[in-house]
Design a protein around this ligand. Structure first.
Ligand code: C2E
Ligand code: MG
Ligand code: MG
Ligand code: MG
Length: 299
């Protein structure tokens, strides 16, 4: 039968056949096609980083920029990470891709520093596979040396679920990274069933409150309660706190009342290419700690 793939499941005995429906077959085909396209894209370097500001409120100073990868496909245009990061992760392509992301972000941060934004931090998301590389810390250290970026200017974002997968292993890796001097944050906090006792053992700097809680502020009582608890938890553990996905003035006001001052979200800007970020900075005069050349930039 033309559409129907069939195989003999040997392990399950001689007469045991399994059938793929045409639908499943089509999906498998699609995945294979996407995988080979992605492999080619990694070879060709068909990706671009967009950066989203993290601001201090109410001063509205830009304190950092998060690098977010997009795939530039000639047919489809920009493809968002949600559509290819999981496949990159499954196939291992995330390793070369993630390396490219980290290196590009560091190089861009060096350029921004040279332009006078010396206090600026750049954040990079790490995937589970990247985090599990035994030589991750060495790779990061080598990258910093190669690009000349001071370690405290690089922040690595790890999701809560990555850390919870192997908590003891995570403690070891985080300590190695912390020794280099990079900053560490827990992304999407509140979604990954954290063991709170472990949180104390992780040498992390920052918790990022997940967008799913911020979204329904201040109308939804549960979201308000959870957000307030996360902020209180961060404060008692002496961690920095960032709210992500802030889109409205009402959300901002609620967070401000809870003394959460580091804000990321469409309200302050969508992720944009690096050259657009330059313009925005210059136009608004937003900068982190002004460097020695800052006055020259102000013109
Ligand atoms: P994330 O690290 O939690 O990044 C925040 C995501 O929320 C970004 O989506 C950003 O565009 C979006 N966002 C920011 N502010 C708002 C807002 O106010 N409203 C709404 N609705 N969305 C907002 P994006 O760029 O599509 O990235 C999605 C996820 O893909 C990221 O979530 C991250 O987990 C992953 N990702 C992105 N770049 C990389 C990368 O270079 N490496 C790895 N491993 N993962 C990446
Ligand atoms: Mg992130
Ligand atoms: Mg997040
Ligand atoms: Mg997220």
């Amino acid at each position: 039968h033309a559409d129907m793939a069939m195989y003999h499941a040997k392990a399950e005995g001689r007469n045991n056949f399994q059938f793929f429906s045409p639908e499943m077959n089509a999906r498998a085909q699609e995945r294979l096609q996407l995988e080979s396209k992605l492999r080619q894209a990694v070879r060709d370097g068909s990706f671009v980083l967009h950066y989203q500001k993290k601001v201090d409120y109410p001063s509205c100073r830009v304190i950092g920029l998060e690098a977010l990868v997009r795939w530039q496909d000639p047919d489809e245009g920009l493809i968002s990470p949600g559509r290819f990061i999981p496949l990159a992760e499954e196939t291992g392509l995330i390793i070369p891709l993630g390396e490219w992301v980290m290196e590009s972000a560091c190089r861009q941060a060096v350029l921004w520093r040279q332009a006078g934004f010396s206090g600026l931090q750049v954040s990079v998301n790490l995937s589970a596979r990247q985090f599990k590389q035994p030589d991750l810390a060495e790779r990061v250290a080598e990258l910093l040396t190669r690009t000349g970026l001071p370690p405290q200017c690089l922040e690595l974002e790890l999701t809560e679920s990555i850390l919870m997968e192997d908590m003891d292993g995570a403690v070891t890796t985080l300590k190695q990274l912390k020794e280099i001097g990079v900053m560490l944050s827990v992304d999407d906090f509140g979604t990954g069933y954290s063991s709170l006792s472990y949180l104390k053992k992780f040498p992390i700097d920052t918790l990022k409150i997940d967008r799913s809680f911020v979204k329904d502020l201040p109308e939804d009582e549960d979201s308000c309660a959870i957000t307030a608890s996360i902020i209180a938890l961060a404060r008692s553990l002496k961690l920095n706190i960032v709210a992500e996905g802030v889109e409205t003035e009402a959300q901002l006001e609620f967070l401000d009342r809870l003394d959460c001052h580091q804000i990321q979200g469409f309200l302050f800007g969508r992720p944009t290419p690096a050259d657009r970020i330059d313009e925005l900075f210059l136009r608004r005069g937003d900068r982190a700690a002004p460097g020695p050349q800052a006055s020259a930039m102000g013109a």
